[in-house]
Design a protein around this ligand. Structure first.
Ligand code: F6P
Length: 343
């Protein structure tokens, strides 16, 4: 007999979520299982809101950005009665398994619910930040890098016309994956990321060196989580304890410092949520689709507490505990590639 499978998308949205949903529904339906969608991440399960997700509901959603299910940053462990609500509604809805599509926060909750309450859950690694362990790549990352790279290309031409330094602030939370990849792809002259404590003085030295060898413009990519000396922290935290990094305004502060220290006219562009919106790249559509099929398989096999992951070119499954134990930072090798083109 077929299973009844729930699916939710949690945390910040990213391109490819709908491709996962479509794959889970199509694969489950082909095996005689039914799928129900849980709206708004964990909040939907706390409230007990679900709706049937059939072939009709997922038709045409593969190229669409965002998530047809909606999302939230609700943490059931920080809501009174939240965990009880999730467990109760899972039972009331007669679910056999749950697919949680999310980043370290959403999957951290999934892991705790699995470890503490044996909630039958599997994970799919989503985030533009690419900071989840135990998988080579998360879906959504490739699209964000493509958006940033296009922006850097565009900024090159205006930077060159005006002989300016252009600072581009990109997302990535506490890791510099988006900054490093889009910086390499876009030919950035300096990249500043949380993992590498390059001082502003050293960054300015590189820019001067570049201008002394005859270049009149520069592109600096800075990750929103980069620690700028003397910057004050915004205090608002979400239910997972994260501050809103965009509010720190690291790009603007950096641009100000560069202009003050070098005398080069400097402008800043903050790419913000543009990095998360719109249609997924083909690579993200394919990766998200493969993850969705794997997650549906794991549920059918009742192989819970696992996450679909990419190792090389293979889709495998790993313990949720491994994926959520620590964030995956940019390794020295990638930094060395970026650094080869500084100045
Ligand atoms: O985790 C994805 C992400 O886009 C981060 O890069 C960024 O710091 C954060 O989410 C922004 O969150 P929000 O959409 O709540 O502003």
């Amino acid at each position: 007999m077929g299973l009844r499978v729930g699916i939710l998308t949690g945390g910040g949205d990213c391109p490819g979520l709908n491709a996962v949903i479509r794959a889970v529904v199509r694969w489950s339906a082909s095996r005689g299982s039914e799928v129900v969608g849980v709206p708004d991440g964990w909040q939907g399960l706390i409230d007990g809101r679900v709706s049937e997700l059939g072939l009709r509901e997922v038709s045409g959603i593969l190229p669409r950005g965002g998530t047809i299910l909606g999302t939230s940053r609700t943490n059931p462990y920080r809501v009174e009665g939240g965990v009880d609500g999730v467990l109760r509604n899972f039972a009331t809805q007669r679910l056999d398994g749950l697919v949680a599509v999310g980043g370290e926060d959403t999957l951290g909750v999934a892991q705790s619910l699995w470890a503490e309450h044996a909630l039958p859950v599997v994970g799919v690694p989503k985030t533009i930040d690419n900071d989840l362990s135990a998988t080579d790549y998360t879906f959504g990352f490739d699209t964000a890098v493509a958006v940033c790279t296009e922006a850097i290309d565009r900024l090159h031409t205006t930077a060159e016309s005006h002989n300016r330094v252009m600072v581009v602030e990109v997302m990535g939370r506490y890791t510099g994956w988006i900054a490093v990849m889009s910086g390499i792809a876009g030919g950035a002259d300096m990249i500043l990321i949380p993992e590498q404590p390059v001082s502003i003085d050293d960054a300015c030295k590189e820019l001067r060196r570049r201008h002394e060898r005859g270049k009149d413009f520069s592109i600096v990519v800075v990750s929103e989580g980069y620690e700028l000396e003397g910057m004050s922290e915004a205090l608002d935290v979400d239910q997972f304890g994260h501050i809103r990094l965009s509010e720190r305004g690291v790009g603007a502060a950096l641009a100000h410092e560069i202009e003050a220290r070098t005398g080069y006219e400097t402008r800043v562009t903050v790419l913000g949520h543009i990095q998360r919106g719109g249609s997924p790249t083909p690579r993200d559509r394919v990766l998200a689709t493969r993850y969705g099929l794997k997650a549906a398989d794991l549920v059918e096999e009742r192989n819970f507490g696992r996450m679909a992951a990419l190792h090389g070119d293979e889709i495998v499954d790993v313990p949720l505990a491994e994926a959520t134990a620590e964030i995956k930072t940019v390794p020295a090798g990638w930094w060395a590639v970026a650094q080869a083109f500084f100045g």
